[in-house]
Design a protein around this ligand. Sequence first.
Ligand SMILES: [Zn+2]
Length: 248
Amino acid sequence: MNVVLSKKELERYKRQIIIPAISKNGQKKLKKSKIFIAGFGGLGSISSQYLVAAGIGSIKIIDKDVVDISNLNRQIIHWTDDLGKEKTVSGLYKLKKLNPHCNIEAITTELNETNAFDLIGDAHIIVDATDNIKTRKILNKISIARSIPFIYGGVDSFNGMVTTFIPPDTACFDCIFPKDVKKTETVGVIGPAPGVIASIQAMEAIKIILGIEGTLKGRLLYFSGMDMEFKELIIEKNPECPTCGKKI
Ligand SMILES: [Zn+2]
């Protein structure tokens, strides 16, 4: 598919088009790409804005919740006037105002085994912005089945972690989180923690689309906001993994 960048788009993206690793050609790649974001909370608030602002052609976001007052400390796409609105409605409105060149769809629903394939459709990248293991395991399965990069992110208090799973080359989510962890209690989160992690997720998505090396493929990056440190862990495929390992 051939895409054309209008004069307005060339002006809008001028500061990134002048980066040699992007150029007009890369900007066209961004415009041709489709990204699926699961969740419009702390992580989705940030990654969606950077991806829309960067000129991703199509973005689909899902979330089942309405805006609650306790969301506002970190889910900064939602404002006080949005209390009680569906997050998809509140978030979609802002994203469309941010960049009218981007084709954005926001659907109020809960991802499950039945609807996940259809919802993710022909997306090129899955961005995890959920807050639960169950949904991540569904996203992981589809990432493997369709060979779609899956950018995982998670936060807790001042900290967070992020990595990119690229099937079939890397470990998958189930290789490193094999157990079904039941969500037992609400975790505390200070807003900049999802801000850091979701910004990295958006950067990963952009680099994958542009074909730039040096992503978090095979590395789990851990961010401690408390100690202000980044640490990384090399992650490897688990041959016994029930999801991506060799079936006996
Ligand atoms: Zn695996």
